[in-house]
Design a protein around this ligand. Structure first.
Ligand SMILES: [Zn+2]
Length: 318
């Protein structure tokens, strides 16, 4: 067992691995932790390794996110699986492409979501008979979770996965990401940071294996049409533990629509439930109408101007 830890104002984190880690890989994990910390705490940039900052600056005007090519995967990849629809779709795509990816889950990064995610990750690994790596995380932080946008979360997952990549001779980590993540408080978008870290670490990363232009709309369509049986494994939802189920029961009883697990109110649930209306024949006409009414009300209340929701609405009303 070996531990990598940092103890800083507002953040105490320790990641424990069930095997020894050399100094080089320990430093890579620590660097990812520091970047994560800097991004969540408005801490000044000097906390970061100066090489990392210099490289981030270099990449800031580099390749546009839209120009990212799908990866060339050497050997088996490791997949950062959260059991959100996107990473689960990435898994199905990799399996369709003939890969048997290792799965990686970083516990407690999504806080209350871990309650739903961790058991599902284990079920999925068992279902598809894939190796699963979950380091033990001891973690406490005061984090501003406004809009759920925790900066550099992916970078921390990336860094934490590297000792497993080294241990199992893996070359590339995959994330089920379709779109550029929003700017964090520290230093811009995730692609710049990830490519920078890739240069430092020597381990490749990639966003969705089908290429980012495949897109979230088609991902939702695939779930409704091809992977419907996997809905019980999807945990995409922003609402916290203990509230999801109650909110779900509330809509379920009001609309009579057999919707997937989730709160039904947050943007993620609105996207998926709208997808179910757009791409399935589920529910009677009345329940479909009631659910659509509920979603449109949420769009209005939350003032959502979301490209995925807008394109799904076009399908619903075509
Ligand atoms: Zn939700």
């Amino acid at each position: 067992m070996s531990d990598v830890s940092i103890l800083l104002p507002n953040l105490k984190i320790k990641i424990s691995y069930p095997f020894p880690i050399d100094i080089k890989h320990r430093r890579l994990v620590q660097q990812a932790m520091m970047a994560y910390y800097a991004s969540i705490s408005n801490f000044s940039n000097h906390m970061l390794n100066s090489n990392l900052m210099a490289l981030i600056e270099k990449y800031r005007n580099g390749i546009a996110f839209e120009e990212i090519e799908p990866p060339e995967i050497v050997g088996e990849p490791i997949l950062a699986l959260t059991t959100g629809k996107d990473s689960l779709h990435a898994l199905m795509s990799l399996l369709d492409m003939g890969y048997k990816p290792h799965l990686f889950y970083l516990d407690r990064i999504n806080k209350s979501e871990a309650f739903y995610e961790k058991p599902k990750v284990k079920e999925i690994a068992k279902k598809f008979d894939l190796p699963l790596h979950i380091p033990q995380v001891t973690y406490s932080a005061i984090i501003n979770r406004q809009n759920h946008n925790i900066g550099f979360r992916e970078l921390l997952i990336y860094g934490a996965a590297i000792p497993y990549m080294q241990q199992h001779n893996l070359d590339t980590i995959i994330f089920g990401i379709w779109r550029e993540l929003r700017e964090g408080p520290l230093s811009g978008d995730s692609h710049q940071v990830m490519s920078t870290y890739s240069e430092i670490s020597g381990y490749k990363y990639s966003f969705h294996p089908l290429g980012i232009e495949y897109g979230e709309d088609k991902c939702i369509k695939d779930f409704c049409e091809k992977y419907y049986d996997l809905f019980p494994y999807v945990t995409s939802c922003y609402t916290q533990i203990n509230y999801r189920e109650k909110m779900y029961e509330n809509i379920s009883s009001k609309t009579g629509f057999p919707i997937y697990h989730g709160c039904g109110y947050c943007i993620k649930c609105c996207r998926i439930n709208l997808g179910l209306i757009a791409y399935t024949n589920l529910g009677c006409l009345k329940s479909r109408k009631l659910l659509l009414g509920h979603i449109e009300k949420q769009i209005k209340i939350k003032n959502l101007d979301d490209p995925v929701i807008n394109s799904l609405l076009k399908v619903v009303y075509k």
